[in-house]
Ligand binder design. Sequence first.
Ligand code: GLA
Ligand code: ZN
Length: 656
Amino acid sequence: MKIGVDYYPEQWDRALWKADSDLMAKIGVKLVRIGEFAWSKLEPRDGQFDFQWLDEAISTFSRHAIGIVLCTPTSCPPLWMYETYPDIVQVGADGRRIQTGIRGHRCLNAPMFLYYAKRITEQLARRYANNPAIAAWQIDNEIEAYPCTCETCRGLFRDWLIDKYDTLENINAAFGNSVWSGEYSDIAQIKPPTSYPRAWQNPALCLDFARFSSDTAVKFVSDMAQIIKRENPRAKVTTNTFFCENTPDFYKLFSMLDFTSYDNYPPVRISGDDNNPNSHAFELDFMRGLKQRNFWVMEQLSGATGSWAPMGPTPKPGQIKGYAMQAMAHGADTVMHFRWRTANKGAEMFWHGLLDHSNVPSRRFKEFAELCREASKLSVIETTELVSDVAILYSPENDWAFRIQPQTEGFNYLEQLRYFHAAFTRYGTNVDIISPTADLSKYKAVVAPAMYVYDKASAENIYRYVIKGGTLIMTNRSGVKDQCNNCIMEPLPTVYREMIGAEVKEYDPIGNTEQTIADFAGNKFTCRQWCDILEVTTARAYAEYKDSFYAGSAAVTMNRYCSGVTYYVGTICNMDFYESFAGNIMKQTGIPRLKDLPRGVEVTTRTNGLDDYIFFFNNSEEEADITLPKAMYSIIDGGERETLTLKPFGMDIVRK
Ligand code: GLA
Ligand code: ZN
């Protein structure tokens, strides 16, 4: 595994570059990421470029054989550009141009922004794309599907709709504009959603605008990547992403790029609450699933976070190293820490890096140096991957549609995915999080939570999986909407009804009220938020409701369908239900389970086809003891082990 750091040469004196690169080389840093915010230094005036400092910075690091991740700086246009072309700034939902603060204001459709973005990217690519010091390229920084409503975006959105629906009549029909006299009589009347409360806007319009905004982000990133590839087709290009407010279609975003990169800031506080599964194991598996390949962490937690909010607690002993190792356990081959040095100027001076303002190597820095040492001994891992028996399906369309209409108090789409993820991983099995259109045939169990917006390819894929003998788990809020985000006029879960062997007679959005269900063995579990009152046709009840007028009705069902089995979880429960349920599914499908793992211990396996490496990560503040089924060789310190004692946030890796 390679360990790197994020570095900002433009923020420090040259003398410090030299000292920093010496220290990096000494402790074993393999990569630096530079340049993503440095546009005003690279092009101080329109068309006047200065690459000399960057040449120097690159050679300062590459002299030590430290590879460079070079970023395009388009997230921060220089002030001269905003001054000359004020309309490159995004316009908010209220129709007003946003106030510029420090970064990220550009509209990804603004013609003059695009002109300059392409030009600076081209300049960088010409100069550096064939420089052997450049290990990879990052486009921009944390691009979102910004819901910009500027004139250009409005016009392009109209074109996008006409492309999709052909005529104004079709758009009116798709949006259901006969409701509340919303019919367009002229294309110019089409506007993106406004700042009026979400609940009063047209959900069909909102979903199409989310799709359009995502397409904009994807196109921008892929156009910039092409510019670099033109200079060097073998250049490795990525962009760094995160779980943002305006999520792009991550699958599309990375399908255009060579690998996925993720900015990983796991929480420092350990919640201790089983119903709040907050391990970033979920985020890491999610990122690996985007291309179903290993990925990079482009930014990794290094100190107390702050700046965007009051400062949060500093990482506890073990977390700097442990969370980087946890990322590796889930498929990260490179982890870059944000950042080498804490800024002492600018808005982000309290988002801590590895070196504090004091400039004295701290506890965290020493732990980071230890990580570099250990990582350099783990090269056998680099050729390994995770192979999983379980998949959970994530759909960007469902994610958007639930943000547009959150269903009921407390309802959260990603939370349902998290519960299933936490439940299966609790037994030490690998879990993939993948697209509903991905090949499912290799999985022993597939969870398809809340398949809300109908998509033909996804539905067919899911049916195919079950017909051929798969075990599928579906949940509440499936088959609810058509492609336009309008409700389907059929009993729920509509298209999935036949496979489920049950029908939703009525539903009860109970929000944060708690009720009880009991499974076939009499175990009782708390449920909340949503209750689908199910009537079985060919299915059998797995669990039934104990309260309200639907006491005795099925809450969870199991149905044999063709060669497969389909479960339907009509409600949302606490973790104890999901753990028990996942345990049963694993038993039924023959997925090996590690029982009695101490709370907080996470187990994943990476394989190269010959050797399996099992990662034991203690994501807790208590020491954990584990007894292995047989003696195994630890690749961390090279000894045979029958038991492992893991310190808080400690990791051991054994060869099976
Ligand atoms: C994001 C950004 C970084 C930095 C960190 C910390 O991940 O990409 O530039 O701002 O957050 O706030
Ligand atoms: Zn715009």
